[in-house]
Design a protein around this ligand. Sequence first.
Ligand SMILES: [Zn+2]
Length: 446
Amino acid sequence: MNDLLIDNATVVTLDSQRRIVPGGAVLIRRGVIEEVGPSAKVSKKAEGVRRLDAEGNVVLPGYICVHHHLYSTFSRGISLDGYAPRNFSQILKGLWWKLDRTLQEQDILWSAYPSLVECIRRGTTTIVDHHESQSFQSGSLDVLQVAVQKAGVRAVLALGVSDRYGRAREGIEENERFIKKSTAFPSDWIAPMAGLHASFTVEEDTLRAVSDLARRYGVGVHAHAAEDVYDQSHCLRRYKKRVLERFDQAGLLNGKTLLAHCIHVNRSEMRRMAEKGVSVAHNPESNMNNAVGAARLLELMKEGICVGLGTDGMSSDMPSQARAAYLLQRHARRDPRAAFAEACGMLLENNARIIEKAAGWKVGALQKGSLGDAIVVRYIPPTPLNADNFYGHLMFGLGQASVLDTVSGGEILMKKGRILRFDEQEVMGKARETAAKFWKKFENAN
Ligand SMILES: [Zn+2]
């Protein structure tokens, strides 16, 4: 079970040696990588093992997304009935908060599946999800667990606690229940974090309760921070301090904390984050879509902060985020030298570090001992491909190429473009049916 030989491939290891092995193979046993190297050598050790022929294409480790919202699927094509939000607060109130307080159990389940199908199709085998469903909180993380396990995608799950509808207590209890359950039986597939929406929607008691919960169970907090300038102005007005100072004083910041966005943070907040070992999830496509500004990536990284990449639920396509990240920096800085290698490093190194800190999983490299997550990408290099120019291939061709096969823990989730664990047509049909009903509820919601 879960033994697999992927061969006839150009293997891009993304391990510390940054090897590219033409005519290479990856041997996975019991879900873990046993050997990577030339096919002739590796296949000798793989007698009787199931074989996946990469047909001369490129094999990479599965991609990682460190900030997702699986529930966001049902916003695709939704009508806002002429409502045209002018700023971030209006986007939240008129779309996202209305959407998340309309979600019920079946909506959570059937909005998660299409996002997970897209993960498999785009080669994203590990995600960190930040869930919100204000009218269905108790048990919501179990619903997501059902979906991610059915899909075969590794997931770190949390529910974003918020006081915006007076239901923070219920949210904290759901996080605690799920953390207790998941830490009692640690696995390589599901791990918990303590979720918090954002500074501007949580009262002091709630903030401290989430911080306390995370500390008691030794898990990290996953929250949004300084996504829009409003988060800072609210904090300064209400608490006479900045967001990161507020979080720090509540004991929220440590080496397991993951903060999404951090666009409007100043130098002293960056230092505070660096000192505490906080990680940041940068979501460039979402930031541009919401017109909230460009994170100062290079400054964050210069301070020593581990910055990774997420989609914020806009898609499940990770190379696309890396491309958006460097393009946004170049545009914002008017500097054609900026952020290319940094954006690739965020995707290929920092995301793996963030997962290791949050869940203890070794992913993101094809090397002995790492979890057996790999993808076959239909890419025949038009120019010489080597370890020194790999980023160029990734950003200008490989990253946009079709993923043919997706393997997670040695199991083939998608083979030559066909998803194996479930009938994709059937799942998407059920999702559309549920979405149509959901849109009616959304229309009638206040
Ligand atoms: Zn988010």
